[in-house]
Write a protein that binds this ligand. Structure first.
Ligand code: UT7
Length: 322
């Protein structure tokens, strides 16, 4: 049996920190509202000219260096993002060239906030099928580029960042199960109304911007994670008690706490970075994973449950023996 094992992780964040107090100066909000409703205290915002590709490149370089793998050894590069540098070529192609992995399979996956877990699921299946031996998987966003800074309902929620993992084909257990889902029937609850084919302005002459019915998304996310946990454990043949760490999508601390409760996990076994990073969409799970690996909390041999939820709707999970 061939598994995809995580050799190493990496991450990258923009330098600029924007606190809740900073946002109080531009919209009618308060640090207290943001903290109690979301758990967010601050977020990073990309500098002018700093792109999703730049953050991806730095995260990938760190993961490759820590794995002791040369870029030229990578035969697959899958990048989850909904904020690519260009419409085409894909950001995966752009960073493939910068890294020096030219020639390998490289493509982006757009599954909104589930982008990284989707990309991980795709790479896992390439490895299990024998089509890849060493893969680089990235989740990266500059989501603040499509935030309307006059809308307090959304502008306080998002941040920029990237995370990456290097996977290797191995006889030892690595990724034990992945579950990937989508239901396009929920498009109107969370979407960006403009794009190439419909045009870059909507009927109200708005440009690119995140549109979300927050309360409804919240309810659906809690219900979905509840079912996803059960499905993933069953797919891996595991009990709740065997999961060492929950690494959830970092959108809202209250959603994370509800999932931990479902798993009967105390919050000290849950990786939380939403306070520092806010919602970085595809960047959120790999950023949290890398933070926990670097701080020494996650140890080799432990079981990790990764899960994400986003526009589409999409939802996805991975149970990983680290
Ligand atoms: O990553 C993709 C998935 N996304 C998510 O998982 C996000 C899911 N949703 C959420 O996290 C929450 O629904 C939000 C954080 C977006 C909103 O929290 P909420 O507790 O659902 O608040 P709400 O939307 O019901 O709004 C409550 C009140 C409203 O005022 P009224 O109508 O009660 O007078 C809003 O106008 O809070 C008001 N409000 C704000 N007040 C201060 C909304 N945004 C803000 C703000 N500052 N930034």
């Amino acid at each position: 049996m061939t598994y995809a094992r995580i050799l190493a992780t990496g991450s990258a964040l923009p330098d600029r920190v924007v606190t809740n107090a900073d946002l109080e100066k531009i919209v009618d909000t308060s640090d207290e509202w943001i903290r109690t409703r979301t758990g967010i205290r601050e977020r990073r915002i990309a500098a002018d000219g700093e792109t999703t590709g730049d953050l991806s490149f730095r995260a990938a370089q760190q993961a490759l260096a820590d794995a002791g793998v040369k870029a030229s050894e990578i035969d697959l590069l899958v990048l989850g993002t909904t904020t690519p540098d260009l419409i085409f070529p894909s950001t995966a192609c752009l960073i493939q060239h910068r890294l020096g992995a030219n020639g390998c399979t490289a493509f982006d996956v757009n599954a909104a906030c589930s982008g990284f877990v989707y990309a991980l699921g795709v790479a896992n299946n390439f490895i299990r099928a024998g089509q890849s031996k060493k893969a680089l998987v990235v989740g990266a966003e500059t989501l603040t580029r499509m935030v309307d800074w006059s809308e307090r309902e959304t502008c306080v929620l998002f941040g920029d960042g990237a995370g990456a993992v290097v996977l290797e084909a191995s006889g030892e257990p690595g990724i034990l199960a992945t579950c990937l889902h989508a239901d396009g029937g929920y498009k109107d609850l969370l979407y960006n109304p403009v794009g190439v084919s419909v045009g870059f302005k909507d009927e109200k002459n708005h440009g690119v911007r995140i549109t979300m019915k927050g309360r409804e998304v919240f309810k659906f996310a809690v219900k979905t994670f509840d079912a996803l946990v059960g499905e993933t454990l069953a797919a891996a043949g595991m009990q709740e008690s065997e999961v060492d760490w929950l690494i959830p999508h970092q959108a809202n601390l209250r959603i994370i706490e509800a999932t931990a409760k479902r798993l009967k996990m105390s919050m000290d076994r849950v990786i939380v970075t939403v306070d520092k990073h806010a919602n970085t969409s595809s960047g959120s799970v790999p950023l949290a994973l890398d933070a926990a690996v670097r701080s020494g909390r996650i140890q080799r041999g432990q079981n990790l449950l990764l899960e994400a939820f986003g526009g589409g709707f999409t939802w996805a999970s991975a149970l990983v023996r680290y």
